[in-house]
Design a protein around this ligand. Structure first.
Ligand code: SF4
Length: 407
C-alpha cells in the first residue's frame, strides 16, 4: 500500500476559522449503502464488479479523491465525480499528545465549518490486545449546551451528513494503515448530540458495521447520548448490538438540569427507563458516563443518588475527570473523591471504572480545538459566564433532597 502524503500538523495557535461557504450539493459517496452504490453503477450500464472496485477503494484506507480510482474507466470516473464527493473532509489538521498515544484531528468541511475526531491508542496489556479507539462527531457544534463542554459553548452549526460521519472513520483507518494497525473501536462522543441527528447517525452506524463496507463489529461501536429518549427508542428499534452510553453526569434532577440542559425536556428518570428498555431488548449493558467536577457532582449525596438510580440495572459506570475548559470556573475532581464515589457504586453491585483523561494538553475534549480556532471569547464574557455558573451550581447543590429515582 503506498504511504499516504503527510498530514499537516496543527500549529500551536491556528489562524481564525474561515467563514462558512456554500455547501457542495454533491452527497458524500461513503454515505451510500452497498445496495445503493450497486444500483447507481447498474443504472449507468456498468458491470457489477465496478461497484466492488469503488467499495474496495472506499474501505481500503487508501487516501485520495476520485482521481485515485484509476481502475475505473474515465467515463465512469467522471460520472462519479459529477454525482458524489469521494472524500467529504477535504482538509484535516492533526495534533499529538500523550507521547503519540492520543491524536486529535480538526476536519474542515466543504462549507468551511470544522469538526473534531480523536484517536486514542491503548497498548496491549496482559491478556488485552492493543486497541485503537476513535471518537467521532455527529454534528458541527451542538445545541445541548452542557456547561462543562467546549462544543456546547460554540453553539450549533448543522447536522453532519452520513458520509461526513463515516469519513472520520475512513480518515483514521487511512492514518493507521501504514503502521499495520486498524481502528478497533468507534465511539460517537465527539461534537454534537447523536440523537438530535438520529436518522443519519443510525445510517452511518449501519455502514460502519456492514462487513461489505467499513466492517467493524457492532459491539465495537458505542453511541453516546445526553438523554434524547426518542433516539434511545429508535436505537432499540434499530435492532443492532451497538453499545448505548448515556451521559448521566448527575442523578439529582436539579443538578442535572444545570449540567445537561436536555434534562428539562427528558428528565433523568425517563432517560434511565428508556436505556433500561434498550438493555432488556438487546441484553447489552448500558454505559453511564459521569464527568467528575470538583465540588459540583462528586459529593457523597451524588454518589448515593447515582447508586439508588442505577442499582439492579444492567449498567456500567465510567467516571471521567473533567477536562478543564476556559469558560467555566470548574476543575476536575481530586482522585480520592472519585475513588470514594466509585466505592459507593461498587458497594451496591454497580460495575464502575475510573477513566484516565487523555490528551489534556491538546484539548482532546470535544470542541476544544474548534473553540481555539474560533478565537478566544472576550474576557468579560468568560467572567460573566463563570459567575452565572457559580450561582446556578450553588442553587442546584442546595436541592440535595431529590434523587431522580424513577417511581
Ligand atoms: S457534552 Fe455532548 S451533548 Fe453536551 S454540549 Fe458537549 S457535545 Fe453537546
Amino acid at each position: 500500500m503506498p504511504t499516504p502524503p503527510p498530514i499537516p500538523v496543527l500549529p500551536a495557535s491556528p489562524a481564525a476559522s474561515p467563514a462558512a461557504r456554500a455547501r457542495d450539493p454533491r452527497p458524500g459517496l461513503s454515505g451510500l449503502d452497498t445496495g445503493a452504490l450497486a444500483a447507481w453503477i447498474a443504472e449507468r450500464g456498468a458491470p457489477a464488479f465496478r461497484a466492488r472496485q469503488v467499495s474496495d477503494h472506499l474501505w481500503s484506507g487508501r487516501p485520495g479523491g476520485v482521481d485515485a480510482l484509476r481502475t475505473l474507466p474515465a467515463e465512469l470516473r467522471a460520472a462519479l465525480d459529477a454525482s458524489f464527493r469521494v472524500d467529504t473532509l477535504p482538509e484535516t489538521l492533526v495534533r499529538e499528545a500523550d507521547g503519540g498515544l492520543t491524536e486529535k484531528a480538526l476536519h474542515h468541511l466543504d462549507d468551511g465549518r470544522t469538526i473534531e475526531s480523536v484517536l486514542m491508542r491503548y497498548p496491549a496489556r496482559g491478556p488485552r490486545r492493543e486497541r485503537a479507539t476513535i471518537c467521532i462527531s455527529s454534528q458541527a457544534g451542538c445545541a445541548v449546551g452542557c456547561p462543562f463542554c467546549a462544543t456546547g459553548e460554540l453553539g450549533f452549526w448543522r447536522d453532519l451528513e452520513v458520509a461526513e460521519i463515516v469519513d472520520q472513520a475512513r480518515f483514521w483507518r487511512g492514518r493507521l494503515a501504514p503502521e499495520g494497525r486498524r481502528v478497533t473501536n468507534i465511539v460517537f462522543m465527539g461534537m454534537g448530540e447523536p440523537f438530535l441527528n438520529t436518522e443519519r447517525v443510525l445510517q452511518a452506524a449501519a455502514i460502519l458495521t456492514d462487513p461489505a463496507a467499513f466492517g467493524l463489529g457492532a459491539r465495537h461501536v458505542t453511541i453516546s447520548t445526553s438523554g434524547v429518549v426518542p433516539g434511545i427508542a429508535a436505537l432499540t428499534a434499530f435492532g443492532s448490538q451497538v453499545t448505548l452510553a448515556v451521559s448521566l453526569h448527575a442523578a439529582r434532577p436539579a443538578l442535572r438540569d444545570l449540567l445537561v440542559p436536555l434534562n428539562r425536556r427528558w428528565p433523568v428518570a425517563e432517560v434511565v427507563e428508556a436505556a433500561t428498555g434498550y438493555a432488556e431488548a438487546t441484553g447489552r449493558r448500558v454505559t453511564y458516563e459521569i464527568v467528575m467536577i470538583d465540588g459540583i457532582n462528586d459529593t457523597p449525596a451524588d454518589a448515593e443518588a447515582t447508586a439508588t438510580l442505577l442499582r439492579g440495572r444492567l449498567a456500567h459506570v465510567n467516571l471521567i475527570p473533567m477536562n478543564p475548559v476556559a469558560h467555566t470556573p470548574w476543575q476536575p475532581s481530586p482522585r480520592e473523591r472519585i475513588d470514594a464515589f466509585a466505592e459507593t457504586l461498587r458497594r451496591v453491585g454497580i460495575d464502575t471504572t475510573i477513566r484516565r483523561n487523555r490528551g489534556i494538553e491538546i484539548g482532546a475534549a470535544c470542541g476544544q480545538l474548534a473553540a481555539e480556532l474560533a478565537g478566544a471569547p472576550a474576557p468579560a464574557a468568560v467572567a460573566r459566564r463563570r459567575e452565572l455558573l457559580v450561582r446556578e451550581s450553588a442553587a442546584a447543590l442546595l436541592d440535595a433532597g431529590s434523587t431522580g429515582t424513577p417511581a
